[in-house]
Design a protein around this ligand. Structure first.
Ligand SMILES: [Zn+2]
Length: 118
């Protein structure tokens, strides 16, 4: 069910971006999928396929799902470091007082669209 909600959100964001760009059709959407979401990729792809009938602009879009690593900012030394798993800690000083700054969300990175100029 997690993936279904994420798919819905992704379709909505993509559609809104396409609409504000005046696009007739979306060809490709590059998506960063945060590691922290623990997304089942196949399941997300399934729901994207199933739910996009509500979004005519996205009917033929290819969704490229790219995993995005978790990055944290240290509250002690201020460094930003990439994390390889659970139990987040600063990669510079080792302190656990860190804040997640990336890898905790879905993000549309780039998009290819078709606009009708005629
Ligand atoms: Zn630190």
């Amino acid at each position: 069910m997690h993936e279904m909600a994420l798919a819905e959100e992704l379709l909505k964001i993509s559609d809104e971006a396409a609409a504000s760009a005046g696009a007739e059709e979306v060809l490709r959407v590059g998506v960063g999928v945060g590691w922290l979401l623990q997304v089942e990729r196949q399941s997300l792809a399934f729901y994207l396929e199933a739910l996009r009938r509500d979004y005519p602009r996205l009917e033929h879009a290819v969704f490229e799902l790219d995993e995005e690593a978790v990055r944290v900012r240290c509250r002690v030394c201020g460094e930003e470091t990439e994390q390889a798993g659970w139990g987040f800690a600063c990669g510079a000083c080792g302190d656990r007082d860190v804040e997640v700054v990336a890898g905790d969300r879905l993000e549309v990175r780039d998009m290819e669209v078709r606009t009708d100029d005629v």
